[in-house]
Every structure is written in structure tokens, then in C-alpha cells.
Design a binder for this molecule. Sequence first.
Ligand SMILES: Nc1ncnc2c1ncn2[C@@H]1O[C@H](COP(=O)(O)OP(=O)(O)OP(=O)(O)O)[C@@H](O)[C@H]1O
Length: 250
Amino acid sequence: MIRLVDVHKSFGSQQVLQGLTLTVPRGAITAIIGPSGEGKSVTLKQMIGLQQPDRGDVQIEGRSIIGLQRAELNTVREKFAMVFQNSALFDSMTVYENVAFPLEEKTNLSKDVIAERVRNALLDVGLRNVDHKYPDELSGGMKKRVGLARALLLNPEIVLFDEPTTGLDPVIRRAIHQLIQETQAKFGFTAVLVSHDIPDIFEVAHYVAMLYRGTILQFGTPDEIRASDNPVVRQFISGSLDGPINIGVA
Ligand SMILES: Nc1ncnc2c1ncn2[C@@H]1O[C@H](COP(=O)(O)OP(=O)(O)OP(=O)(O)O)[C@@H](O)[C@H]1O
């Protein structure tokens, strides 16, 4: 389980997280939603220790990761996989090489076993006959699938998704959401998903956390969030221009 307790994080004079407290339920999909620039990605980075909080605590399985030595932090990070917005594939490597990379780096498995695992991982995300292609030769949706296959290969306990559907058309977006749901149900990992896909995300996530002004304004099931009477939450999920959220447009 991931717990952020009273996390504060500033960059210069900009206070981004201002006492954020969030418990991410184990073995479920939690979506973090909220206006742009409010600190959703920063929150993900706190979870995996890529950024240290100025104040507050981050706990993974009940243990604080603040102040851990690099080696200890690396051990904690082995529980995690991260799926980035841009899929973060190596352009000079084939799909096969991209997916095999973590196994070749982190395990002593034989070439045959690696080949079998890579094949299965690609099938798990619905990709066939793309092993020898380069990322340039793939569509955006296929690249996301390759990124997901690579993330799942080391059987992570926690998968962090930072806007995994950015730049995809609505049909492919839905396919990627379905894939996240299916793989999460199959492997049971804890998923944290930063997303702007409203209302689609309410069909995907088990829990939704609304981030606003540096804290979690509301946490609940999609039904609870949809039924919220908080004016900020209501404005945000309805996409209305009228309401308390300052969108900075005159
Ligand atoms: N390493 C950093 N150095 C300085 N400022 C940063 C850094 N990381 C994030 N920020 C700032 O913190 C704020 C929150 O950024 P973050 O990327 O978490 O927003 P977000 O909610 O994920 O936004 P979006 O929905 O647009 O992706 C932004 O104003 C950003 O410029």
C-alpha cells in the first residue's frame, strides 16, 4: 500500500503540494484527476522517490522511503513499474529489444526464457508480429502497448501510469483503458493512473482522487465522485467554465 502523509513540495516560490494526504488501496486502480499543473505528476514522483518532499512522509507497505540510501530505495523501486506519457521506448531498439531490456539488465535468465516471456508479454497486450519493428514504425497506441508490456514483464506490485492515453484518438484511448483494466484484473497489481480522460476514467478506476490546490480535495469511488456536491469537483468533472476553478482566461 502507498501512503502519502501531509506531503509538501515547492519549487522555488511555487508551492505545489501543500499537505497532501492519500492512501492508495492495494490491488485496485486509483485515478488521480485535477486541473493541469496542480501536481499530479509530482505526486506520482513522490510515490516512487523520484522527488523528495520538503515535509511529510511517503510510505510503501508501511515503511517510510524518506531518507533511504540509494540501494534501499532501489530495492523499494523494484516493486514499481512506470508507464510514461511518451512510452519512453528506445528508438534505436526493436520492439523485442525494448521489452527484453529490463529482463536482460536485471535477471540472469537464459535467452530462451527471455524470448518466451517477451512473446507472452506482447500477446498479453494484444501485439503480434511486431517484434522486429522499431518504435518509429508503430502507431501511438501500439507504442503504449509496448510500454505496458515492458512495464509488466518484471511482475510489478505497483504500476504508475502518467497520462497513458495522451495524444490518442477516442477509440484507441478506450482500448488502452480496457487493456489497463484487463491486465490489472489479471495480475492484481496496484495501479495509480494520472488522467485527464473524464468521464471515461470513471469506467476504468475503482477509486478516484481529485487533486486541487496541493491537496486531495475528495477521494472516493467513481459513483461517489460523480455524486459529489463539492462545487470544485462538480465543475471539474462537468468541464464547465463557470465555477470556483480559476482557468486563467479573461
Ligand atoms: N522539477 C521541477 N522543477 C520545477 N518545477 C516543477 C518541477 N516539477 C514540476 N514542477 C512544477 O510543478 C507544477 C505541477 O506539475 P505537474 O507536472 O505535477 O502537474 P500536473 O498536475 O501533472 O499537470 P498536467 O495535468 O498539465 O500534466 C507545475 O507548475 C510544474 O511546472
